[in-house]
Design a protein around this ligand. Structure first.
Ligand SMILES: C[S@@+](CC[C@H](N)C(=O)[O-])C[C@H]1O[C@@H](n2cnc3c(N)ncnc32)[C@H](O)[C@@H]1O
Length: 262
């Protein structure tokens, strides 16, 4: 089975305007699907992923340097590897199919496993810690804000009366038809995904050379909102040109936005 089928591959590569011999950063390397195409076109890639399993599964490619890091540390990593300014930076957010399909990682509501969901095992809290320790009000806010679940409070109350929970199935039995949204909400909280994105995007802008491209693929309306606002703020300051007045839509609700640094 493929590690991960890259989403919006041709579109991402076209917006990155890959040129031979130029430097790129893939902030979410995963199985290296997007990166392999950049390299096939002659680009050189610094590839970050916070998940050590992703890094070891990603093939070794000539022209690719792999680094285990959260993109919240993007500037620091780029400086450490003397990899700036760059011609293009890609974010393909969320989790890979490999991570979802690995039951022991706890991302899937369809297979049983420990309620973990950390992309990087050094993160402080697992999903089990959150469902077992958060007060009902905070759990309800988490499900409402990150999962857009209309019955968030009811789910939070059910969890409180059933906990401790330790496996994905313990949770899925409670969340039932809201499982996909509830699991996604917990994953976003465990990995602090929106804050990483809010911090990573301005760092990416700084690392681009003039005319350099930034391409972001998101899968959640809250993520897309962060990307849209961050792009708009840079465009309002006349620092960038937005190349996608409307996002390009792909499979799995993917939305791609791209800009060019002025
Ligand atoms: C959707 S997958 C990327 C797939 C990749 N583009 C491919 O074609 O195989 C997202 C990857 O980004 C990683 N990731 C998510 N958030 C991250 C972050 N804040 N810092 C570093 N890596 C992150 C995940 O561990 C996962 O491997």
């Amino acid at each position: 089975m493929n590690y991960h089928n890259p989403v919006l591959l041709q579109e991402a590569i076209a917006f990155l305007a890959v040129q031979p011999g130029k430097r790129y950063i893939d902030c979410t390397l995963g199985g290296g699907g997007h990166t392999a195409e950049i390299i096939r076109r002659g680009g050189l890639v610094l590839g970050l992923d916070q998940d050590p399993e992703a890094l070891s599964a990603c093939p070794e490619l000539e022209g690719l340097t792999k680094v285990q890091s959260n993109f919240i540390h993007l500037s620091e990593v780029a400086k450490k590897y003397n990899w700036y300014p760059v011609s293009g930076i890609l974010f393909d957010l969320g989790v890979s199919s490999h991570q979802i399909n690995s039951s022991q990682r706890g991302f899937s509501f369809q297979t049983d496993g420990p309620l973990d969901m950390r992309m990087d095992k050094s993160l402080p809290n697992t999903a089990a810690d959150l469902v077992n320790q958060l007060p009902v009000s905070q759990l309800a806010i988490l499900f409402k804000d990150f999962g857009e679940i209309p019955v968030a409070k009811m789910l939070a109350e059910k969890i409180i009366s059933t906990r401790p929970l330790s496996t994905t199935m313990d949770l899925a039995k409670i969340t039932k038809k809201w499982s996909q949204q509830a699991f996604q909400a917990l994953r976003m909280a465990v990995n602090d995904e929106l804050n990483a994105l809010k911090s990573g995007l301005p760092q990416a802008y700084e690392l681009l050379e003039p005319s350099g491209r930034l391409v972001v693929i998101s899968f959640h309306s809250l993520e897309d909102r962060v990307v849209k606002q961050s792009f708009k703020s840079l465009a309002d300051q006349k620092l960038v040109t937005i190349l996608t007045p409307k996002p390009v839509i792909g499979t799995k609700n993917a939305k791609l936005r791209a800009l060019s640094k002025i």
